[in-house]
Design a protein around this ligand. Structure first.
Ligand SMILES: Cc1cc2nc3c(=O)[nH]c(=O)nc-3n(C[C@H](O)[C@H](O)[C@H](O)COP(=O)(O)O)c2cc1C
Length: 369
């Protein structure tokens, strides 16, 4: 009944055992809790896990491939995934937050004069000047970091990398944040340059590595998303990224400051439907024949099967649904789709948990999933 979901596929050069991918998800949990969750997800039968926010340099905030401890941590994760015949993809990212600016707000946050919501708004206001004034040598260093991180990722056991097209790539892509007057700003071709160079940095070091690109699309009417690529500019960005070495696209709505738009709850005014971002996959399809992964509100086996079978998407990525029921792929394959705990997109304990510094969880957890 779910033949396409369960069928293997060549995803930009990487063989996947089925069409279900665990979307990049930050957890904010202890190592012990994190590995327990990851074990449940790989045992649940998905074909690949994309590890969210793997930094392209040393980091005080995230596990980094550039230090011994972080590298060993990723090695452990790769061994776990591979023991379940699950592939592992590193989402390579560079933050677009101005860390120096962040420090000046610390006293306000500590004395509770600035709320976390206000902090997000303040940091958002810093993005445009940060991106616009980033010195050339810093750009070169970051670009180089993408290549270095990919090499380390492969050494740690990752099977592919995903370039995070939101964050710094997304801010360079967007005229909302990028007001540069040099070769990285102005025309769509110039705004694509940072992302293109990040992809090339990986491709030049690893000629055979499959490279996914998280393509963050923004729309004007109504306005959603600030960083990322305008629908009308996809015809410039997609071919340039592909020529640079991208072998597949992971398509979603562009982010920035309003996480409720990229991780939409069931009562979202615009993105409340099943497969809410698939229309952007259709737009991207106009400019590439490469595999495309859809993400966003994918929970129903019937719906997912229909999109895959129609060729609208090559793979379906899920974050919250696999948090709600990691065994979704296994249950679908075993004819037990009726027993799946369906994600209700309440965002209470996943996004909510992360925002309240309690880690990413799910309302179903207590019921023994
Ligand atoms: C708790 C949580 C953390 C997330 N962390 C990341 C991340 O680190 N990188 C990323 O690109 N997307 C992240 N996302 C977004 C997901 O990858 C996905 O695009 C989004 O949740 C929509 O898919 P869904 O409806 O299947 O949850 C996160 C989502 C959630 C719920």
């Amino acid at each position: 009944m779910y033949e396409t979901i369960c069928s293997p596929v060549n995803y930009g050069g990487l063989e996947l055992k089925n069409r279900i991918i665990f979307a990049p998800t930050t957890f904010g949990l202890s190592d012990e809790e994190y590995f327990a969750k990851m074990r449940a997800i790989v045992a649940g039968g998905c074909a690949m896990i994309i590890v969210g926010d793997v930094p392209v340099g040393k980091s005080r905030f995230e596990k980094s491939l550039f230090d011994k401890k972080g590298f060993a941590w990723y090695q452990r994760l790769a061994a776990l995934a591979h023991s379940y015949d699950c592939k592992l993809c590193a989402q390579l990212h560079q933050s677009d937050s101005n860390m120096a600016a962040m420090l000046k707000y610390v006293p306000g946050v500590l004395t509770k004069k600035i709320t976390m919501q206000q902090l997000r708004t303040l940091l958002n206001e810093e993005v445009a000047p940060y991106i616009t004034n980033l010195p050339q040598r810093k750009i070169e260093k970051i670009i180089h970091g993408f290549g270095e991180a990919a090499v380390l990722a492969v050494q740690a056991g990752f099977d592919m990398v995903q370039i995070h097209g939101d964050r710094m790539c997304g801010s360079f892509s967007s005229a909302v944040f990028n007001h540069r007057t040099d070769a990285y700003g102005g025309s769509a071709e110039n705004r694509a340059r940072f992302a293109v160079e990040a992809v090339r940095a990986v491709r030049s070091r690893l000629p055979e590595l499959p490279i996914d690109y998280k393509l963050a699309v923004r729309q004007e009417d109504p306005h959603y998303g600030n960083a990322g690529v305008l629908e009308s500019e996809l015809g410039v960005f997609v071919p340039l990224l592909e020529a640079a070495g991208v072998t597949s696209f992971h398509v979603t709505l562009a982010n920035h400051s309003s996480l409720e738009d990229t991780i939409p709850p069931a009562n979202h005014p615009y993105f409340k439907g099943e497969g809410c971002f698939l229309k952007y996959c259709d737009e991207v399809r106009r400019f590439t024949a490469k595999p495309i992964t859809g993400v966003g509100g994918l929970t129903s086996p019937d719906f997912v099967e229909a999109q895959l079978a129609a060729g609208r998407i090559t793979c379906a990525a899920m974050s919250r649904q696999l948090l709600a029921d990691p065994a979704w792929p296994r249950k679908v394959a075993a004819g037990q789709a009726g027993s799946i705990h369906r994600c209700v997109r309440c965002n209470k304990k996943c996004l909510g948990g992360l925002q309240q510094h309690q880690g990413t969880h799910c309302i179903y957890e207590k019921s023994g999933v």
